[in-house]
Design a protein around this ligand. Structure first.
Ligand SMILES: [Zn+2]
Length: 67
């Protein structure tokens, strides 16, 4: 059992997101406003309200529309 898994390098894997509008920067899970709406997730800047990221939680959309 690894009771001491919190090494100093554990937090290096965090992806930092930058706001193109006001240059706000923070880890995605630490500071950003994450709005979940159904299958979609929107990441909003808490400083200026700019939408920095918008993605569907469905990683593999299956377009089966044959016209
Ligand atoms: Zn911003």
């Amino acid at each position: 059992m690894n009771a001491d898994a919190n090494g100093p390098q554990s937090s290096r894997g965090k992806s930092v997101l930058f706001c193109a509008e006001c240059r706000f920067e923070s880890a995605l899970s630490d500071g950003w406003l994450v709005v979940s709406d159904g299958d979609e997730r929107t990441v909003v800047c808490p400083e200026c309200g700019h939408v920095a990221d918008h993605r569907s939680e469905r990683s593999a959309p299956t377009p089966q529309h044959a016209d």
